[in-house]
Design a protein around this ligand. Structure first.
Ligand code: C2E
Ligand code: MG
Ligand code: MG
Ligand code: MG
Length: 273
């Protein structure tokens, strides 16, 4: 019995592994034509002013509707697209689509909203990044100050290049934020060298409610405030978390999370405005 079970287990793991490898190969192959086939869509998640509870903007989050694999999350395909280089084209598609959407919302009278767009490391480092952004802004006619680019710390490993690019974006009037803040070791030192407007505190920091966690959250928020940055807390799921955050500081705090809304289609999000 043990032997046959072992055998089955081996077969199970082996076929699991094959499935994973096949899935990855399929994604690598199909990513190339996914834009052309119209398989990407953007979902949007509102960003809330925690004091006023008003929506101040949205973050665009890409999804891939694969004909066989179903909806593939960005956590799965962005890394693959970075390896194959497809991320540049996908990133430009995201920028273009998100800019068109915010333009449309502005035209509908939702004047106060802005659009946050995630930019991956390879896209940010691409030599054409700035000219691509300029072209998309010109083509869509979006106001540069209506968009905010979210970069993660992994993007800023080359400080010299990053600060040059961020400076160019700043000159264009585009805002920038540091996403998943606090999860990497170099975050603190980069703050003084980079022209950013906001930090997005990673959701891992609000998951627990011990005194130590609250002290940690308070410290990170104060770093943001002391650098005159906007502070956005990610992953808020419970009302108690909002209350705990508001008790920490009287300064304006922004938040995103399932408590307010999951990321959803433009039509669904529009209903919340
Ligand atoms: P991120 O930019 O930090 O986005 C936040 C992620 O947390 C999103 O996952 C969002 O759905 C999820 N989230 C929001 N609120 C909550 C909450 O209350 N609880 C929990 N558990 N999760 C919450 P998603 O959409 O799967 O995106 C994952 C990551 O993929 C993003 O993290 C971002 O780094 C990347 N990504 C998404 N869209 C794009 C894109 O268009 N371009 C690039 N380069 N990366 C993207
Ligand atoms: Mg983000
Ligand atoms: Mg984040
Ligand atoms: Mg994250």
């Amino acid at each position: 019995l043990a032997k046959s079970r072992g055998g089955n287990q081996y077969t199970f793991y082996n076929s699991e592994l094959n499935n994973m490898v096949e899935r990855k190969m399929m994604m690598e192959h199909d990513l190339e034509r996914a834009i052309q086939k119209g398989q990407f869509i953007l979902h949007y998640q509102p960003k809330i002013n925690l004091q006023t509870r008003k929506i101040v903007g949205v973050e665009a989050l890409v999804r891939w509707k694969h004909p066989l694999l179903g909806t593939v999350p960005p956590t799965e395909f962005i890394a693959i697209a970075e390896e194959t280089g497809q991320i540049v084209a996908i990133g430009n598609w995201v920028l273009h689509t998100a800019c068109n959407q915010i333009k449309k919302w502005k035209q509908m009278g939702y004047d106060h909203l802005h659009m946050a767009i995630n930019v991956s490391a390879r896209q940010f480092e691409d030599k054409n990044f700035i000219s691509d952004v300029k072209e998309i802004i010109d083509k869509t006619g979006v106001h540069p100050s209506d968009i905010e680019l979210e970069i993660t710390e992994s993007v800023v490993k080359n400080i010299a290049d990053s600060s040059r690019i961020l400076k160019e974006l700043d000159l264009m009037g585009i805002r920038a934020s540091l996403d998943d803040f606090g999860t990497g070791y170099s975050s603190l030192s980069v703050l003084k060298d980079l022209l950013i407007d906001a930090i997005k505190i990673d959701r891992s920091f609000i998951q627990e409610h011990t005194d130590a966690d609250i002290a940690m959250m308070k410290s990170i928020m104060n770093i943001g405030f002391n650098f005159n940055l906007e502070v956005i807390v990610e992953g808020i799921e419970h009302e108690q978390q909002v209350e705990a955050l508001l008790a920490i500081s009287n300064r304006t705090i922004f938040g995103q999370g399932y408590l307010f809304s999951k990321p959803a289609s433009a039509e669904e999000i529009e209903k919340l405005f």
